[in-house]
Design a protein around this ligand. Structure first.
Ligand SMILES: [Zn+2]
Length: 668
């Protein structure tokens, strides 16, 4: 896989004019983007892909010129051996032009709980279409066939595949019917046992009081039918994506299909707000991107470390390599930090690095770095991931518990990143793949199904390590309290006795983990279990926004390691059945990723600070090394380091890490 990056522009002129996102010389810029000069510049800096606006949702007739422009551009790009990715629209349309062309589409619009249509945020001239409306799906399939036929791209990228948060979720007759069918399929003859009601005849997609009880002021979603409305949105979005994917593949099996999987996915309850859940999106696409706003890799003035690695930590779990692109990198130094993080975590897939009509000189400063990276591309992409630790993000916990699982997930991942722990972020699919990991960390994930409990217990019994944090594993997948904790037998007989309480208003048992005053340790079969009762935020959590701010998100400044970060990492190592192959000792603003093939370990290191080189970086290799290690520093010449025997293993010292280095270690 080569080091790759792209240049692009995805907004057609009509969008720029209607949104007002236009310069006084916008038409000139628009022409410059598709000029031969823009293509030549892409070739000159070694880009392998160009993106181009193709269909934005104004209507196929209205966008004839945009499509023709993309086709002409694509033909000239292909002559230069550039791949062409086209931008097409997912859910929202520009209703003024769209409905004029396709009047019957009035029936395909999302209808919210008040019977109104739903605008795209402040762009009130755009309205969301129902992703389940058969007419809209057919239109979109026709759109794909039309633009692919005209342009002949290598890739189709679809933006804004999204539902909206209640009360703006879709309540159209089609969705109501599909929802009842979903409930029938889900509950079958267990309907009354699970929900307390015997008939679905009068069940509707939940409506909420928008003023006194706005939907996301619900701390917990316990009503099984309300819970299923979330899964229903996730699954219907996936079906829509699958229809688009199948359409692309029916034209050309080699053509790829990707989508925007959402914004701030790891900080918002996206299943509830937009029906977007990364595991389902991954299953119906060849690739996806995430707009993790505010996550340009950097070190803040107060020393806080900001990384985009989460995207790759979950992508790698699905066996994917996702380029994250540049977003707001103002200086060459900032751009090199981002390139360094992409080399570290994305095997050199950098993503979009600039606009086709970028300001003069934009690429000059990074061109030598890109050239250097291409020279090392085989080693940068080499090896399979070394990640014995999995930190969990589970759908039921994230979707039905309002805030703590997201916040604990963020804090835990940040501690693991800054502690250089070899880990991935795993979703529910891990329960079929537990043998790929040796430690599972549950950052306040209360909801586990019986099957998940059984698989996780077997994992520990066979020697796996488990770190429970907060309320983990205290309920089933519907948030019904487990009065006997599934790992109670791993701990001392009375260790959990004080946790169960029962009180008003419902007098249903509750597990109160805050009554655990310290970490407890246990064993089950051959494996170890530890339970860390709480994580203490080291930033101010802005709870005051909570009661009335819909869809509480984890703010960027709240993504900090917890006060217990050191203990958390010690616990991960304590429950691990064997030591990690390599451990990195470095300042916490150095990020590390680990890969290996049969006779080599590859350690990627990136220093996110633009202030100074990182000093005193050391690698501890816990297996026999075979000769010298080779260090490939960014923009520099490779050099050798002699490993020294230290303790049970070997130590490799790097006196200075300027920006990025790949350390290649031969092992026996
Ligand atoms: Zn609908």
């Amino acid at each position: 896989m080569p080091v790759s990056y792209s240049l692009g522009a995805h907004e057609p002129l009509a969008h720029r004019l209607r949104t007002g996102n236009a310069a006084t010389d916008e038409r000139q810029r628009y022409a410059e983007e598709v000029s031969d000069a823009a293509l030549d510049r892409a070739v000159a800096i070694g880009a392998d892909t160009v993106h181009i606006a193709c269909y934005k949702g104004f209507g196929l007739e209205h966008e004839k010129d945009t499509i023709a422009r993309a086709a002409d551009f694509a033909a000239r790009a292909r002559k230069r051996d550039l791949h062409v990715s086209i931008y097409v629209q997912g859910a929202p349309v520009y209703y003024e032009t769209f409905l004029a062309e396709t009047p019957e589409a009035a029936d395909w619009l999302v209808t919210n709980q008040f019977g109104q249509h739903v605008p795209w945020g402040f762009q009130v001239f755009r309205r969301y279409m129902c992703l389940s409306a058969p007419g809209f799906i057919e239109y979109q399939q026709k759109m794909i066939r039309t633009v692919v036929d005209a342009v002949g791209p290598d890739d189709v990228f679809m933006d804004n595949v999204s539902w909206n948060p209640p009360p703006n979720d879709c309540h159209c007759p089609c969705c109501q019917r599909d929802f009842r069918r979903h409930l029938e399929r889900t509950f079958g003859d267990r309907l009354e046992d699970e929900t307390g009601i015997a008939s679905l005849d009068h069940v509707e997609i939940p409506r909420t009081d928008p003023f006194f009880y706005p939907p996301d002021s619900f701390r917990l979603i316990r009503d099984p039918i309300h819970q299923e409305s979330v899964r229903f949105r996730v699954q219907s979005l996936r079906r829509y994506l699958q229809a688009m994917y199948d359409t692309v593949k029916s034209i050309d099996a080699k053509m790829t299909f990707g989508c925007n999987a959402g914004c701030d996915h790891f900080r918002v309850n996206t299943p509830y707000t937009s029906g977007q859940w990364i595991e389902d999106i991954d299953a119906a696409t060849d690739h996806w991107s995430l707009e993790e706003f505010a996550f340009r890799p950097r070190v803040e003035p107060d020393g806080s470390v900001v990384s985009k690695a989460r995207i790759n930590k979950v992508a790698e779990f699905y066996g994917r390599t996702i380029g994250r692109g540049m977003w707001g990198e103002a200086t060459d130094d900032d751009r090199r930090v981002t390139i360094g993080e992409a080399l570290t975590f994305a095997r050199g897939r950098i993503g979009g690095i600039g606009n086709l009509a970028a300001p003069k000189g934009y690429f000059d400063g990074i061109a030598p770095t890109l050239k250097w990276a291409r020279g090392l591309q085989e080693k940068i992409a080499a090896g399979r991931i070394v990640a014995p630790v999995a930190s969990l993000r589970l759908l039921a916990s994230q979707a039905f518990v309002r805030f703590a699982p997201m916040h604990y997930g963020c804090m835990t991942e940040q501690a693991l990143l800054e502690g250089h722990v070899p880990f991935l972020i795993a979703t529910d699919a891990i329960f079929d793949r537990l043998d790929e990991f040796s430690v599972v960390v549950m950052p306040n994930m209360p909801a586990l199904s019986d099957r998940q409990v059984e698989l996780l217990r077997r994992f520990v019994q066979r020697g796996g390590g488990l770190l429970l944090i907060g309320q983990s594993a205290t309920t089933d997948e519907r948030l019904r309290v487990r009065t006997n904790h599934p790992f109670a037998d791993a701990f001392a007989p009375d260790a959990l006795d004080s946790l169960l309480e029962m009180g008003p208003p419902h007098f249903v048992p509750r597990v109160d983990v805050s009554r655990l005053t310290h970490t407890i340790h246990g064993e089950l079969g051959s494996g170890k279990v530890a339970w860390l009762p709480t994580l203490t935020p080291t930033s101010t959590v802005q709870w005051q926004r909570d009661p009335y701010f819909p869809f509480r998100i984890v703010l960027p400044e709240e993504v900090r390691p917890p006060a217990e970060a050191t203990e958390l990492i010690q616990l991960v190592k304590a429950v691990a059945p064997w030591p990690f192959p390599v451990e990195v000792e470095a300042p916490r603003h150095v990020m590390a990723e680990y890969r290996r093939d049969d006779d080599r370990l590859y350690v990627h290191l990136v220093n996110l600070s633009t202030d100074a080189a990182a000093r005193d970086v050391a690698l501890h290799v816990n297996e026999p090394v075979a000769g010298e290690a080779t260090v490939h520093p960014m923009d520099g010449k490779a050099f050798s380091v002699q490993p020294r025997a230290a303790g049970q293993g070997w130590r490799i010292d790097l006196p200075l890490l300027d920006r990025y280095a790949l350390v290649e270690i031969a092992v026996k």
